[in-house]
Design a protein. Structure first.
Length: 369
């Protein structure tokens, strides 16, 4: 267990022969009964999914990037009232640029506005906002067991105040340099996000340079001295076993939950997920302005996975809002972000507690699932 102690930070930590030491470290760190983290999925999961994951013995996560502080408070209170276990509050750490002129993007979408009989929006919808002082105040009030960050970490003063609450800090790395940067700033665990993962790639150094989990995971495990959580394409016992063999202390699953009743996945999205394969999952910037993995739909098939007129993250979604609303009202996901990782074919329409327990027990005991 010595290689998990903070005084040894910086030295290489060999992969345990059977993975038990790293799993034990994760369980001790989080207080979870099973080495599984329910991925925070902004817009797709609220307190209901976190409650189910916690009840099953895993870490339940609440995606806070699309919530305001009052909503974070209400959702966290709901989680704590319904389940006893580790709660992870997840925040984005992107830099929010000034609102751009999106005229060119609206012009690129003109054909769709005409086809759907809708007008471009006048007012922009609420944006995904980066972690700030208001959210920090809420973290200090709620004192969650875990606070995790996507797209890097907040500035030193904000991070120090988060750590002062006693919360364990998790960071997300898409390459080895990012993992080393997170460890150097005191992260208690690191999510190794392979390019197979659905949703937004959490890169924050060198742009989007995706690495597959089978290469990324051992590189990070061999270099940092904190528990490493494997994420990307894991949806059954085979994926769990592979992650464990490569040194993962736990697994994080997101796409595996998208068909569960506890998620807010739309009917159109569920229909696409039901028959999707790994070939249907690709990176696109069309829906937010930043690379994220999801399923092909009309927008992607027409414009391609990217377009020169797409505004920077997170402004691209504003012009799509009326198109998305019109299509979803008719049961179509033509303009919606149908986030899903390459393990999409493994998703099952099961209760989230069942999914958490199945994957978590496989991670703990190597049981088949």
């Amino acid at each position: 267990m010595a290689c998990w102690n903070r005084p040894n930070r910086g030295r290489r930590c060999p992969i345990p022969a059977n993975g038990e030491v790293s799993v034990a470290a994760f369980l001790a760190l989080t207080g979870a009964r099973l080495p599984i983290v329910q991925a925070p999925m902004a817009g797709f999961a609220d307190s209901a999914l976190a409650i189910a994951a916690i009840r099953a013995g895993g870490v339940g996560s609440l995606a806070c990037a699309t919530l305001d502080p009052a909503q974070v408070l209400a959702e966290t209170v709901a989680i704590r009232a319904a389940a006893s276990g580790p709660v992870n509050l997840n925040f984005f750490c992107h830099i929010l640029p000034p609102a751009p002129d999106d005229t060119a993007w609206r012009e690129a979408l003109a054909q769709f506005y005409a086809a759907e009989g809708v007008s471009p929006p006048i007012a922009a919808p609420a944006l995904r906002r980066p972690f700030d002082a208001a959210m920090l105040d809420m973290v200090e009030r709620l004192r969650p067991g875990i606070v995790s960050f996507h797209f890097g970490l907040p500035d030193a003063l904000l991070l120090a105040r988060v750590q002062a609450t006693g919360a364990k800090v998790f960071g997300n790395a898409t390459n080895l340099d990012e993992a080393q940067a997170l460890a150097a700033r005191g992260c208690d665990a690191i999510v190794a996000q392979g390019f197979e993962a659905g949703g937004h790639a959490g890169h924050f150094l060198f742009g989007h340079q995706p690495v597959g989990l089978s290469a990324l995971l051992p590189a990070i495990v061999d270099t940092v001295d904190v528990p490493v959580i494997a994420a990307g394409g894991i949806g059954d016992a085979r994926g769990v076993a592979a992650a464990r063999a490569l040194g993962a202390a736990a697994v994080q699953a997101g796409t595996a939950y998208l068909l569960s009743p506890e998620t807010m996945t739309s009917a159109a999205h569920r229909a696409r997920l039901a028959d999707a394969t790994a070939d249907d999952s690709l990176f696109t910037t069309l829906f937010s302005g930043r690379a994220a993995r999801g399923l092909r739909n009309r927008l992607i098939e027409t414009l391609g996975a990217g377009h020169d007129a797409v505004p920077p993250f997170p402004y691209a979604s504003a012009a799509l809002a009326p198109l998305r609303a019109k299509a979803e009202a008719g049961g179509r996901g033509d303009y919606s972000p149908l986030w899903a990782g390459q393990g999409v074919a493994l998703a099952r329409a099961e209760p989230a507690e069942t999914i958490t327990r199945r994957l978590g027990m496989a991670a703990l005991h190597g049981a088949s699932a």
